[in-house]
Design a binder for this molecule. Sequence first.
Ligand SMILES: C[S@@+](CC[C@H](N)C(=O)[O-])C[C@H]1O[C@@H](n2cnc3c(N)ncnc32)[C@H](O)[C@@H]1O
Length: 203
Amino acid sequence: MRDPVLDGYAAAASDLTDRFERISSQDLFAPVVDFLPRSASRVLDVGAGTGRDAAWFAARGHAVVAVEPVEPLRAAGRRLHPHPRITWQDATLPALADFKAEPFDLIVVVAVWHHLRRTDRGQALRRLAEVLKPNGRLIISIREGASAPDRVGYSADVSQTVAMAHEAGMAVVHKATTPSVQTQNKDADVAWTWLVLEASAPL
Ligand SMILES: C[S@@+](CC[C@H](N)C(=O)[O-])C[C@H]1O[C@@H](n2cnc3c(N)ncnc32)[C@H](O)[C@@H]1O
């Protein structure tokens, strides 16, 4: 079945590639930098786009699996970031069907959450919790403000996401809201709330 979100990204892939690559991963992850692994770790980047952040993590010694369902974005990522520590996979939230990998120390879901329907977000969190190591962290950025007019987005409520994360066995260890790092989005009052989630301690 065709997905309007993924079709939108496929149609805009060549324009978006430059735009994605202009963003500094260092600036982007500043709100959660204290929660990133300091030693070589296994990192999963879901909705990796052109692999800008996958490459940033790989350059820091991490082994990265970049999951991206849109073929032209995966192709751009392979071409722009041919790093031996990055493996690309084609999979889609919420199911991540046919996705096989050892568990991860860190999962990042950057600028993807508003593309999932509310009814899919609980399943997505449960699936992500399954592929996270027991002491691992899941970092999600949640868009606040209007979606891009030419790509489908659904409003994403932070408190609902937190409640769903609790149901999936995870707790919030850090939350921060920052303006967009992209001038165009910042001017349109787009902000991002970053959640750092960890598996809840057993009672
Ligand atoms: C705004 S882009 C962000 C890309 C990248 N994370 C970045 O920050 O540059 C959203 C990405 O999510 C991907 N995406 C959309 N829906 C998805 C889904 N259901 N599962 C996985 N990825 C999805 C799109 O293909 C696109 O690459």
